[in-house]
Design a protein around this ligand. Structure first.
Ligand code: DLL
Length: 436
């Protein structure tokens, strides 16, 4: 079988040469990092004064981990390593309390990222003849613009549809003959359920492939999507802190996600001890971005749990494969592809003085779509007043939540004592979505 490569030399590079390339890039990135007050201080503590002090890849382990909190505490420019005039784009990560995590990109950074996305697309067998509809949200979220530029680089015809408006998505697919989509798996399931209302069937459309990512999903969800749509579905993984999508992507064999190791140095650690786990064992994924100068991030703890798949892939690529994401080490929820921490919700509702102390965050499935219900107890005197006052309060809570978490929740108001009181550690989140 003809294996499609974008850059065969790099993609099939023998491991010693690949590691040599990683070392060269790591040294360069250390030189950029040292320009930031944050890393300068960190490196001083471990005796690193320049990239030359990194003698082998093992020396990376001298550098302490970087966390999301480090990014927040150094907001907005504490991790910026180039002149602001050289920054041509900003993305931020969803799912942070108050302060977002910001990533700056220089022109070269964007070119590097785009290149990896083009590589990912080509690895799935797609070509310039494909019509690509990007259903990931355009904006500060990296799923929109990231894939967009990658697909243009491949030469595909790009439909920048962004998320939502399902009937229009289907019309675009029909009218322009979309062959490839990039989408969250839950949304692609939902779109299928809307086909009858749009008087369409799968055979009226030309879809052949879907790139599914930005949220956890099981092998069964992939198989279901492939069966419903009669397509091939490829797992697409990434995170804003590592540019966005295109960190790891499945090739035509769909046996795990190739981590583009010339761009990202991967470690899998025991989240408790920080020590590297044996190959094949599940742990927390840690990445060092080797291809971004404007916001260098070294040994970034993703909080995602996964493992490296032993052995090599039939495609001939030497870049190792990551398993699907098995869970998280923190309480971050992903609701319809948007990251939300319970603390964000608490922060909003506790600012509203009519709200009492007990609340519950419930997440459930409504068909394929995630539904967020925020149940709050309010002081009983509120129930004695005007019903319009209650509606007003509900509306206010909803608006404030939407502004903070970018998700439209259902808000329920309850009298004190309605919600269960937990003895000991409060259980604030009830996630009723099926587990995998
Ligand atoms: O979700 C980037 C992205 C966009 C990836 C489009 C793929 C497609 P963030 O908003 O920063 O960035 O969220 C990153 O989402 O740490 C994982 O927990 C989760 N995630 C992303 N892709 C997958 C996936 C984008 N394929 C966080 N499977 C990550 C499971 C995923 N979880």
């Amino acid at each position: 079988m003809q294996i499609p490569y974008q850059n065969k030399e790099i993609e099939t590079m023998q491991r010693p040469a690949l590691e040599e390339l990683q070392l060269k890039r790591l040294r360069e990135i250390v030189n950029f990092s040292i320009r930031t007050p944050f890393y300068k201080k960190r490196f001083a503590k471990v005796g690193i004064n320049s990239g030359d002090d990194i003698k082998s890849l093992k020396d990376l382990k001298k550098i302490p981990f970087t966390t999301k909190d480090d990014l927040r505490q150094n907001f907005p420019r504490g991790l910026l390593a180039v002149d602001m005039d050289d920054v041509i784009r900003i993305h931020t990560s969803s799912g942070t309390t108050g302060i977002p995590t910001v990533i700056y990109y220089s022109r070269q950074d964007l070119d590097n990222w785009t290149d990896l996305l083009a590589r990912s697309i080509i690895a799935t067998g797609a070509t310039k003849s494909d019509i690509f509809q990007n259903m990931m949200t355009y904006g500060l979220f990296t799923g929109g613009l990231g894939l967009h530029y990658g697909a243009e680089k491949v030469g595909m015809t790009v439909i920048p549809a962004s998320g939502g408006n399902t009937k229009r998505q289907l019309l675009l697919m029909r009218d322009f003959g979309t062959t490839v989509v990039h989408v969250t798996p839950s949304y692609l399931l939902h779109i299928h359920s809307v086909l009858p209302e749009s008087n369409l069937t799968v055979s009226d459309l030309s879809l052949r492939k879907a790139y599914i990512g930005a949220e956890p999903h099981s092998e069964n969800v992939r198989l279901k999507l492939e069966d419903l749509w009669k397509i091939d579905a490829y797992n697409s993984y990434g995170l804003s802190e590592m540019n966005g999508p295109g960190v790891a992507f499945e090739c035509i064999y769909k046996t795990g996600l190739h981590i583009w190791e010339d761009g990202y140095f991967v470690e899998i650690i025991d989240p408790e001890t920080g020590e590297e786990v044996p190959q094949g064992q599940q742990g927390e994924v840690v990445f060092t971005n080797l291809i971004r100068a404007a916001t260098p991030l070294l040994r970034y703890r993703t909080r995602d749990l996964a493992f490296l798949i032993p052995g090599t892939c039939e495609c001939g690529r030497t870049h190792r494969r990551l398993s699907r994401i098995m869970g998280r080490t923190d309480d971050m929820m992903i609701i319809n592809g948007v990251n939300v921490f319970p603390s964000q919700i608490e922060e909003v509702i506790m600012k509203i003085h009519e709200v009492g102390t007990n609340y519950l965050i419930q997440v459930e499935k409504d068909g394929a779509i995630d539904k967020l219900i925020v149940k709050v107890e309010i002081y009983s005197k509120m129930f004695l007043g005007d019903a319009r006052q209650l509606d007003g309060l509900k509306g206010r809570i909803k608006d404030d939540l939407r502004a903070s978490i970018v998700i439209n929740p259902i808000v329920e108001l309850h009298e004190p004592g309605f919600l269960p009181i937990s003895e000991g550690k409060a259980k604030r989140v009830l996630d009723l979505r099926p587990k995998f």
